[in-house]
Design a protein around this ligand. Sequence first.
Ligand SMILES: [Fe+2]
Ligand SMILES: [Fe+2]
Length: 188
Amino acid sequence: MLTTREIPTVRPTARRTEHPVFTNLRQAHDDIRRELDVVDGVGRSLLADRRFRREHLSELCAALAFLDVVMPLHAEDEETTLFPELCRLDPRGARVRAAFERVREDHRGHGVLEEMLKVSILRRDAITAGKICLELADTYREHLLHEEETLFPWAEEVLTDRDLLDELAEEMEHRLRDCGLAARRRGR
Ligand SMILES: [Fe+2]
Ligand SMILES: [Fe+2]
């Protein structure tokens, strides 16, 4: 097993009264963090070994297969469903829009890094792949924390209309169902 656990991940404390919209978003963060731990561990191992081994490939490809599906879905939940409503209703106005814009930029950046990582795997370029693994894990962890410390609390403070939240949850559920993932998420 190549995966290391040197960097402790942050596990946000579940709130008993939170709406499923927020439970599901935080669950997605936990799922993504678990895969980022794998990416981080493989990256360190690649930089130490300076070559690809079979274990590197199997662990990294499994993590990327997961992130390839979950990252865009989760980004869409945030960019299309949750944060536009927050921008519409939050009296902080420009401050919220700036934080949302940063999130959008981050999502684009993670997508670019993931594509670069795939190319480096195809080329069996262990050093480049190792560096990208560490950058992807670091920047994505920072992104998750930013959302959890800023945008999610703002959204929980402002989006209190139960009917609206139920609509947002339904929209997210549809998105998962279209990918055949709804039952998996619910069953966790
Ligand atoms: Fe995000
Ligand atoms: Fe997120």
